[in-house]
Design a protein around this ligand. Structure first.
Ligand SMILES: NC(=O)C1=CN([C@@H]2O[C@H](COP(=O)(O)OP(=O)(O)OC[C@H]3O[C@@H](n4cnc5c(N)ncnc54)[C@H](OP(=O)(O)O)[C@@H]3O)[C@@H](O)[C@H]2O)C=CC1
Ligand SMILES: O=C(CO)COP(=O)(O)O
Length: 318
């Protein structure tokens, strides 16, 4: 039995994939009307209307029920996760964060927020290149499951792998979380480049220098280089910086074109850019793309000035 907390796009997609693979899945939803609607229609009309629920997927508002079983997958936006899990108590299930980002006020990533809020629990993070819509309809997807404890990690890898969802395992939670968090910042930057009409060459340069920035940050914060070159880093960077399906990329597009962006849409990269800039300033790290993204978001620079500033930095070795 597996629980999923959060009936948004990603939680629902994971619940469907795991249900189709034969697991009994309890999908917890905080909103009573949405829960009733999903139970009656057998689909999540609000977030994933084209993906019917398998029979073994049960909608619940009983969090204690969702927290029983092998794992509880927590698929709420990172900035809301601390509040969302506050009432979990001492769950028997291993907690698997399925979110990407750095908490604004604490500077912590997903597993650290879980451990900080619920001391003594076993935590892991599931991250990597995957759109909810692809997972929900059974398109092949490969993700990283990171757990500091190798025994628990192996149990979770086995339990959560399905015929269409292939999980690679690492104990490097720092690297996996940084990859997932920072690729969203780079996706905003790439969206801005394309939105402003600067072209694919400029996007390739932004992705590549963005990856160099991710590696620099990773080295300073204790990530393993091979984790950042894997699915959770380079893999997710490639997906998110090149697809209109990405909300972070679309926010960037709107910064580039000057169009409005719906503030109710989940975009993890915005808060993460600000959290990362603070950490980088404290550690004396050079993060020009992250800094530029915060300035574009705050409106303290324009895309034209930002590009001028990036292009006229002192020349350096690659
Ligand atoms: N969508 C995708 O393709 C992918 C998303 N992710 C990651 O998954 C995480 C969740 O994103 P996603 O599912 O897309 O986001 P959505 O906006 O689709 O859904 C967010 C869900 O979280 C719920 N929620 C928000 N705040 C709380 C809270 N305080 N307590 C309980 N529930 C809460 C929302 O409930 P309500 O509807 O009531 O507001 C909603 O069910 C993000 O970190 C994202 O980066 C990772 C890979 C792919
Ligand atoms: O994380 C994702 C793909 O791996 C989803 O990206 P967005 O949150 O930008 O939509």
């Amino acid at each position: 039995m597996i629980g999923v907390m959060g009936a948004g796009a990603f939680g629902t997609a994971l619940a469907i994939a795991l249900g189709k693979a034969g697991h009994t899945v309890n999908l917890w939803c905080r909103n009573a009307d949405q829960a009733r609607d999903m139970a009656e229609l057998r689909c999540n009309r609000a977030y994933l209307p084209n993906a019917p629920f398998p029979e073994s997927l049960h909608v619940t508002q009983d969090l204690a029920l969702a927290a029983k079983g092998t794992a509880l997958l927590i698929a709420v936006p990172l900035q809301s996760m601390r509040a969302a899990i506050a009432d979990l108590g001492a769950p028997s299930a291993a907690l698997v964060a399925c979110c990407k980002g750095i908490e604004l006020h604490s500077g912590l990533g997903p597993t650290r927020v879980l451990e900080d809020t619920l001391p003594g629990i076993t935590s892991a993070v599931l991250t990597g290149p995957s759109f909810a819509a692809d997972i929900a309809i059974g398109r092949p997807t490969a993700l990283t499951l990171a757990c500091a404890d190798n025994v628990t990690g192996a149990v979770l890898q086995q339990a959560l792998t399905t015929p269409t969802l292939r999980l690679y395992r690492t104990s490097d939670t720092v690297g996996a979380e940084l990859g997932g968090a920072l690729k969203n910042v780079m996706a905003i930057a790439c969206g801005a480049v394309i939105g402003a009409g600067l072209g694919d060459s400029a996007r390739a340069a932004t992705m590549t220098r963005g990856f160099a920035e991710m590696q620099r940050i990773g080295a300073a914060l204790g990530a393993r280089p091979e984790t950042l070159s894997g699915l959770s880093g380079l893999g997710d960077l490639a997906l998110t910086c090149t697809s209109d399906l990405s909300r972070n990329y679309r926010l960037g597009l709107s910064l580039g074109t000057g169009e409005k962006f719906d503030p109710s849409i989940t975009v993890e990269g915005a808060a993460t850019a600000h959290a990362m800039l603070r950490i980088a300033n404290e550690k004396g790290l050079d993060v020009p793309i992250t800094r530029t993204v915060t300035e574009l978001l705050d409106g303290s620079t324009t895309i034209t000035d930002a590009i001028d500033a990036l292009m006229t930095r002192p020349l350096k070795e690659e």
